[in-house]
Design a protein around this ligand. Sequence first.
Ligand SMILES: Cc1ncc(COP(=O)(O)O)c(C=O)c1O
Length: 409
Amino acid sequence: MKEFDARLKEVVDRFGTPSYVYFTEAIDSRIADIQAAFGKRFALSYAVKCNPNPGLLKWLSQRIEFVDVSSIGEFRLAKHAGWGPAQASFTGPGKREVEIAEAIENDIGELIIENVREAKIANKVAGEFGRRQNVLIRLAPSFVPKGFGDHMAGRPSPFGIDVEEAREQVPEIVALPNLSVIGFHIYSGTQCLNPEAVCENYRVFLSVFREVCQLNNIVPQKLIFGSGLGIPYHHGDTPLNLEDIADGICTEIEEFCAEARFSDTRLILELGRYLVGEAGFFLTSVVNIKESRGQRIAICDGGMNNHLPASGHFGMVIHRNYKMHVLGESGDAEKVNLVGPLCTSIDRLGNAVSLPRLNEGDVVALHCSGAYGLTASPINFISHPHPNEVLFEKSNIVDVTRDGFTDRY
Ligand SMILES: Cc1ncc(COP(=O)(O)O)c(C=O)c1O
């Protein structure tokens, strides 16, 4: 990580802290890695939810073919960033009629239909616009292999149509006159670091897709695979080896694509954190050091208000420290508790972290912060200024702090 330090320091000097920094070269190399592992088998779709920063979206829109949005706000952001509406798909289990209407009126590529109610609303709205709307149906498999950080299927879940119900519900949707079912979508698990489990999951997808397409006699234009690819947030995590995944699944994917029904189908890998997570750092400065009853506590200027996931309150059962380092410091490590500025004991960025001795003014860089960082955080709690956001395109710094985030010190 030291290779980024000079540029992180430059951000601190120019913008101060707290700041998020995103390195585009790291995203570029991720895109290249995926292409190298999977060849042209998969097109990519970026899930805006993981980082909707407009500057980052603009950069990504020139490099990633498709975009997945989960609210009408994300759809507007994606269009503004440069994706055409036809490149967008719209997931989410609680779409409201006004959102569906705006999406259809603005020529969204596909609605990802998560339930029959939503399909009926989309059918009605499309009819009112005199359109036939392309849709993909989201399916929830009955099984998700062990190894995923979060499951959206394989148990009771609000997402998609449970495969057990698909035999009855898919034909109901297919029969709606103003919708055209052009494919299927599965996103059943995220944050997996086990290549075997990723392959096993994709095998489940292939079998579900095959079965539902045969049963309904659909020749799909698109099939969306929720990637599930994870990143190594914590010490001891082993980064995913994409080659292992490719070795484990590519033959089966080739065979699938060789079947007449799927020979013209586009396979799309939908993902967020694997593309941008490791490209981002969160920088926070030590405001004060307190020695308290034998423990050293470093109080920082940005905490869970800026980075909820690092505080462990975004789906983590037991807090595990994000990987982090101190800018420009390399002395002997000692244990320190890292907390944010909020008046609550749950505002902790690190428990007993081993870092070089911290002093007031030191800057700590949290790794793996490019996805589910600021967007997943309660930034208004206790009304601290919003953090800066900076995009580093090679040596070029672009201030991409969001509109409305201007009340800086
Ligand atoms: C439908 C859907 N697509 C994409 C994603 C992005 O997941 P990740 O950032 O883990 O790749 C999620 C994550 O929850 C999701 O629910």
